[in-house]
Ligand binder design. Structure first.
Ligand SMILES: [Zn+2]
Ligand SMILES: [Zn+2]
Length: 318
């Protein structure tokens, strides 16, 4: 599903961005965002909250540029970083703008506001150097299905189904040694802002986060995505994108049915199940797009040519 567009002309862009900043009226911001994006012809998902904004949108180059300029003209978002991917078309079907309690649902009562407390940011070069030390823990700040198609070499896969489950998992699995350096990373960096802040409050002493997340790491000309294996799961129709542009890259995804290496995610063809699973071409054909024998004979089916890219309706965007 993903295409390497690093060479050649492209007419569309995909923007990925967030900013933690106090917002007095998130509902008004949502309305403004909806009007602005509609006018510019942008599609995607934007969340607003009292703690800031988080979005990913696609659109023609000039529309994306106009959006960035508009946001940077707003003092609240003047320093917002946009990660930009080239594209040939929209990667979203619609525009959704929602007001949420939190930009990423964490619901940890003891999590401090990000602008008060967050882990130390590491540049891609600092990250690459630090992750090769043997005294560090590399903690994937995402959920299992994201880890399974690609992750940093040596990273821990937290056994969680949602971001909310992280505090308990971390206490149970890493709580013994709070001095040991912990390096966290996620897609675009937003989840680690919260996660690392919570870890500091929970008594962990050395908490670091990858600045700009995996997406920025893959674009950095000095590291070229080194030590990343597989692809990076993204929350749009591309499903996964390339990160590691060096020769040293392994496929880590494994077929749900036979264990063969693969980098293809599909949603189960049974509408009631919809399980997103990695599948090899042979098993996809043999199972007719179903995740199990019982799903293969289920009455309600997706059209096989249109796998749903989203794992759930309220996913974080970065
Ligand atoms: Zn297979
Ligand atoms: Zn199924």
């Amino acid at each position: 599903m993903s295409t390497d567009l690093s060479k050649g002309e492209h007419t569309f862009k995909v923007l990925l961005y967030y900013m933690f900043v106090p917002i007095d009226d998130p509902a008004m911001l949502a309305t403004e965002q909806h009007d602005l994006c509609s006018e510019l012809g942008l599609r995607g998902r934007i969340l607003t909250s009292k703690e800031g904004i988080n979005g990913t949108v696609s659109g023609p180059n000039d529309a994306c540029d106009a959006y960035v300029a508009h946001m940077h003209a707003d003092p609240r978002f003047a320093s917002m970083v946009f990660k930009v991917d080239p594209a040939n078309d929209h990667v979203f079907r619609k525009l959704f703008v929602r007001v949420k309690d939190e930009l990423v649902t964490f619901r940890a009562a003891d999590a401090p506001p990000v602008w008060e407390c967050t882990g130390q940011h590491l540049s891609p070069e600092e990250w690459l150097e630090m992750m090769q030390r043997d005294d560090v823990v590399i903690l994937d700040g995402r959920t299992g299905y994201e880890f399974d198609i690609g992750h940093f070499r040596g990273a821990i896969r937290p056994d969680v189904d949602s971001f909310r489950e992280f505090p308990e998992w971390i206490e149970n699995h890493l709580g013994e040694d709070k001095e040991r350096p912990i390096l966290t990373y996620c897609t675009g960096g937003i989840r680690c802002e919260k996660l690392s802040g919570w870890m500091l409050k929970a008594g962990f002493k050395n908490v670091y986060q990858l600045d700009g997340g995996i997406v920025s790491y893959g674009k950095d000309p000095n590291v070229l995505g080194a030590k990343w294996d597989g692809k990076c799961y993204v929350f749009d129709e591309r499903i996964a994108v390339n990160i590691n542009h060096t020769d040293d890259r392994k496929v880590v995804g494994r077929c749900h049915h036979c264990g063969a290496p693969t980098e293809t995610y599909r949603n189960c063809i049974n509408v009631e199940c919809n399980l997103q699973h990695l599948v090899c071409p042979e098993c996809e054909q043999r199972m007719e797009g179903a995740c199990s024998i019982s799903c293969q004979t289920a009455p309600r089916r997706h059209a096989p040519q249109h796998p749903h890219p989203y794992h759930s309706s309220a996913t974080p965007t970065t």
